[in-house]
Write a protein that binds this ligand. Structure first.
Ligand code: ZN
Length: 314
């Protein structure tokens, strides 16, 4: 980071815009609500063990990274993007070195999600590509209204969502209701033109403009988790104990955990082990999250055999 770079800030703790976008789509688009019911019914059946995954081996997801930049510095380099792909491939295969820091009691739950990510090698027309698009924009801060996902909105149109994970890199993300956010995703079942994840460039990858404490690529691990239909681990009900992520092997938790908590952090009668704040779907800093559970992996299986099954046959 250049020392003269002072016009950008870093949020004090993780903030993700996925749930506000989810609620907006439920309001705007009746077909989304219908699709979500089917997605959740399938996820429930897989997570409960009522359906067994047919998927074998590792599923490879082609990724197109759309770098939308207002300044030259925001036009992040290939190395930063590749460092992000590397992190995804470690975290979704349980190959991340810090998985050894998972508290002993949860180590049996850690899942190899059997998903890998590759920058796309073919564009939608079948021509060779590096899997990265670069778009100069007049917009310095995008919101959660999905403008960045349209060339007409100052961003870049999506590539076909049944063939690519669209990954938009934003100059900056801010919403009047929640302030600056690191990123957001669209759950399965939504409009194809806006399907994918959006992350501000300062929270992408492990090098270049990536900024502590969100400089280890875990924002993308978290957002892609949403894209594969994972909810936040505390159940998105504020600090209450009634919300659920619909995964039985993640402890019921009050609210999000921030920073790098000390084990255990007990809420919602979940003593002695407390909240699973080391999970990628909590709100801790990048250095403090290092696992998905078997139950979360089952929900991802349901997604890859349901709303995102097109990726099994590419
Ligand atoms: Zn989130």
């Amino acid at each position: 980071m250049p020392e003269n770079e002072t016009d950008e800030t870093t949020p004090a703790h993780r903030v993700c815009g996925t749930m506000p976008v989810h609620r907006r789509l439920l309001t705007e688009d009746p077909s989304y609500a219908v699709a979500r019911d089917a997605v959740e019914n399938r996820a429930f059946a897989f997570e409960q063990g009522l359906r067994t995954p047919a998927r074998v081996g590792v599923t490879v997801i082609p990724v197109v990274v759309h770098v939308v930049h207002h300044t030259s510095e925001q036009d992040i380099g290939d190395a930063q993007i590749l460092s992000q792909i590397d992190v995804l491939n470690q975290d979704y295969r349980m190959l991340n070195a810090d998985v050894s820091q998972v508290p002993t009691v949860w180590q049996p739950l850690v899942a190899d999600c059997r998903i890998e990510f590759r920058l796309a090698s073919q564009d939608p027309d079948g021509a060779p590509t590096g899997g990265i698009t670069r778009t100069r924009t007049a917009t310095d801060t995008f919101g959660m209204d999905d403008a960045i996902k349209f060339t007409s909105g100052g961003g870049q149109d999506a590539w076909p969502a049944d063939q690519y994970l669209n990954f938009w890199v934003a100059p900056r993300l801010e919403d009047p209701s929640v302030g600056e956010i690191l990123g957001y995703a669209q759950f399965p079942g939504g409009p194809t033109a806006t399907d994918g994840v959006v992350i501000a460039h300062t929270f992408v990858g492990t090098t270049g403009t990536a900024r502590a404490p969100f400089h280890l690529g875990r924002t993308a691990t978290h957002e892609v988790g949403h894209w594969l239909n994972l909810f936040h681990i505390w159940g998105d009900d504020g600090q209450g104990c009634s919300g659920s992520d619909f995964v039985a092997d993640t402890p019921n938790a009050g609210g999000p955990n921030f920073g790098t908590p000390a084990f255990p952090h007990v809420t919602c009668n979940n003593a002695p082990d407390g909240d699973m704040f080391v999970n990628y779907m909590d709100y801790t800093d990048d250095v403090g999250m290092f696992m998905f559970t078997q139950g979360q992996a089952a929900r991802m299986d349901a997604t890859l055999e349901g709303p995102r099954s097109s990726f099994l046959t590419l």
